[in-house]
Design a protein around this ligand. Structure first.
Ligand code: AQP
Length: 346
């Protein structure tokens, strides 16, 4: 592995069908970075059990997500694509890091508040999952984390945890930076444009799934909520529905928002919504086709994940060992990674 390239890490949960929002804030950014960075992309299956879930569905969704990573352009040779539960260092790191994470800070996480609202049972895992996320990132001495806007607060927490650990136990982690898309960092629900498009919280009509058929995509855009003003103008405060559609089209075509505003200056909302839908079909159709081909071969997906897990184990072991050492654990030399080389510069 080339230790001179900066490192990038990001993860996505294998839960539900992945949305256009996940594409925009997640997948879209990943493939670009594998050329310039040492890249780690993780199916964060341990995160998925923080809310009510179906075990059979978790297995299926894990392979779905593996296929989606490769369908959106990741290459198992160039990037390390793996499953979190295959690399035990992640669960260990989360426990060690929880000792430098405050209860008060975890209580302020807005995603915890949103996801726990109205539930009878709120798991401890939902509360502590940002610590696991910090471990995911810090284990790889990550420089850059490409994510959507909704993960800003969790990334900030990861940075705080890294700094606190470094201060308490000596320089151990690189403090990572987030990479947020300028456009499309928060794709909104098509029916409720004041809320983000979400895997778990959006309605079927409000979310566009990457694997939706062209027909389904067109229907969803035709019924997208706009406003009564009939002017295609970007103004997220006053015109959340129209602004979201402009952002989506900009993500799908690569055209700047101002150019789209000019193009649809004299158009009605009906024509505009059809054009946005068509641009999304053109974007997602080839991805869906590649996805279906890859998803058909489960053995190959399992093989690729095994290759990724081996690379991820080797890359994370030195940092985990250093954490134990710095925290004062009496390590025996029996472990497979004991004495593993330290990451450069630490
Ligand atoms: N609406 C969004 N716009 C832009 N980026 C988004 N992301 C999620 N929603 C949007 C980004 O997708 C990546 C993976 O997110 P995740 O692991 O949190 O996956 P998820 O939980 O399945 O995604 P959701 O849709 O956010 O589900 P809920 O709402 O149930 O938690 C991250 O980079 C995220 O920022």
């Amino acid at each position: 592995m080339n230790d001179t390239k900066p490192k990038v890490f990001s993860g996505i949960q294998p839960s539900g069908s992945k949305t256009l929002g996940n594409y925009s804030g997640g997948f879209r950014q990943y493939a670009q970075t594998q050329e310039t960075h040492e890249a780690f992309f993780c199916i964060v299956d341990l995160h998925s059990i923080s809310v009510d879930y179906d075990p059979g569905e978790l297995r299926r969704a894990t392979l779905d997500l593996a296929a989606m990573f490769f369908a959106t352009g990741l290459d198992a040779e160039r990037a390390t694509v793996f499953c979190q539960s295959h690399v035990t260092a992640h669960a260990e790191a989360a426990w060690l890091l929880s000792s430098v994470t405050s209860y008060g800070q975890l209580s302020r996480m807005t995603q915890f508040k949103d996801k726990s609202e109205g539930r009878d049972v709120v798991s401890a895992a939902l509360f502590t999952y940002p610590v696991l996320m910090a471990g995911d990132i810090l284990l790889y001495q990550t420089d850059l984390v490409p994510i959507g806007d909704d993960q800003r607060q969790h990334l900030e927490l990861s940075r705080d945890i890294a700094e606190r650990f470094n201060h308490r136990f000596g320089e151990t982690f690189r403090v990572p930076e987030g990479k947020f898309p300028e456009i499309g960092g928060r794709i909104m629900d098509l029916q409720e444009p004041q809320n983000k498009m979400s895997t778990t919280l959006s309605s079927e009509q409000g979310a566009v799934y990457i694997v939706d058929s062209p027909d389904a995509i067109m229907k969803k855009f035709k019924s997208a909520v706009t406003d009564s003003e009939r002017e295609v103008r970007y103004d997220p405060q006053e015109k959340p529905g129209v602004s979201n559609l402009l952002e989506i089209m900009s993500v799908a075509t690569g055209e700047p928002i101002e150019a789209l505003e000019r193009r649809f200056e004299n158009a009605g909302y009906g024509d505009f919504k059809v054009a946005v839908g068509e641009s999304v079909v053109a974007l997602l159709n080839p991805i869906r086709e590649r996805y279906e081909a890859l998803r058909g071969d489960e053995r190959e997906l399992q093989r690729l994940l095994a290759v990724g897990a081996e690379k991820a184990r080797r890359a994370s072991a030195p940092t985990l060992e250093m954490m134990y050492e710095r925290m004062g654990f009496a390590r025996s030399d029996a472990g497979p990674f004991f004495g593993a080389a330290r990451p450069k510069g630490l």
